[in-house]
Write a protein that binds this ligand. Structure first.
Ligand code: GDP
Ligand code: ZN
Length: 317
């Protein structure tokens, strides 16, 4: 049997129907927000915050938490998603066959959590910054466990973070245990859809738990702090936090890693390299040991910090 294929003309007709918000069965399309993805469909939240399990029309591809969709009611509790709205950003992860698949959409803030314990690595920070810059997601560095002040000084973490502030990255210092800095972090989250990323043990679960009062957990999948830390599904879910903030979370997102990128793509994502890119002698300069390299020169002139350049070299492998 031949696979059912949709012609270009049919595609245009489908699109036109979706755009008109009225489809074949004359149902009314409503805007909705996908809060979770299941094997058989998605949970969609309507504009009043009510949730429904929806099936997916075939042509839509993979729909993930954070997606804005058009959908139609079916019966008392069901529905069907009829169209996917354009994504502002999409986080992907390679599947078992190495093909990148979307895991969450429309994220606009990445909170990169670090701590004196386990010891923070500037290479890991830079790899997250490269990912955020490439995806068009605003990064924010969050130093947790500020109650461990002597350890922070011993590791010169304060100096390291000052160097990122000089690059105009936002740095927020918090202690999930003592509650310090939580208001500041809340103001960073306000009006955004965020993800928390970082090494295991830095305190992501503890921080997320401070922002997830029980009343706002409408999915019912996670009901307390302990389960939040230990839930096993790798599927991302969207949560509403206080102050109009959204969080998309899953174990996969929390320990998200940089995917394979070319040296040119990595250099583009180092914001301190930007003024010098395009000024090297060779157009395809990798900024390693080529003559008349503008990035090399900028390092010599003290315009790029040595640790950033070293991390660039490590990331291009
Ligand atoms: P995750 O793996 O990043 O989600 O980290 P967890 O939230 O599970 O925290 C790891 C460990 O760090 C736990 O033992 C927490 O009690 C501890 N922890 C979390 N936040 C703080 C903090 O602000 N100060 C201190 N001293 N310990 C913390
Ligand atoms: Zn160069």
């Amino acid at each position: 049997m031949s696979k059912r294929r949709i012609t270009k003309q049919q595609q245009r007709r489908i699109k036109a129907r979706q755009d008109s918000h009225i489809d074949d069965e004359q149902g009314l399309n409503e805007p909705g927000l996908v809060v979770a993805h299941h094997g058989t469909g998605v949970t969609v939240e309507d504009q009043d915050g009510h949730r429904r399990h929806c099936k997916l029309r075939q042509h839509l591809g993979i729909i993930v938490a954070g997606d804005e969709v058009m959908w139609q009611r079916q019966g008392q509790t069901g529905g069907v998603v009829t169209a996917l709205c354009e994504r502002k950003s999409v986080l992907t992860r390679p599947d078992a066959r190495g093909v990148n698949r979307p895991i969450a959409a429309n994220i606009d803030k990445m909170l990169i959590v670090l701590a004196p314990e386990p010891c923070a690595s500037s290479l890991l920070i830079d790899s997250y910054l490269v990912a955020a810059e490439t995806l068009g997601i605003e990064p924010c560095l969050v130093l947790n466990k500020c109650d461990l002040a002597p350890l922070i000084r011993e590791q010169k973490l304060d100096t390291l973070l000052t160097s990122y502030e000089q690059l105009n990255y936002t740095v927020v210092e918090v202690s999930a245990h003592e509650g310090s800095g939580i208001d500041h972090l809340q103001s960073v989250l306000k009006n955004h859809t965020s993800v928390f990323v970082g090494q295991s043990g830095v305190g992501k679960s503890s921080l997320i738990a401070t922002f997830l009062p029980h009343a706002t957990i409408a999915v019912g999948a996670l009901t307390d702090k302990q389960r939040l830390g230990k839930h096993t599904t790798s599927r991302a879910e969207l949560y509403h936090l206080n102050k109009n903030a959204r969080l998309i979370d899953s174990p996969g997102i929390r320990e998200f890693n940089l995917w394979k990128m070319t040296p040119a793509e990595i250099a583009e994502a180092f914001i301190d390299f930007k003024p010098f890119l395009g000024q090297c002698k060779f157009r395809d300069c990798r900024h390693v040991s080529e003559p008349q390299c503008a990035i090399h020169q900028a390092c010599k002139d003290g315009l790029i910090q040595p640790s950033r350049y070293q991390n660039y070299l490590s990331l291009i492998g």
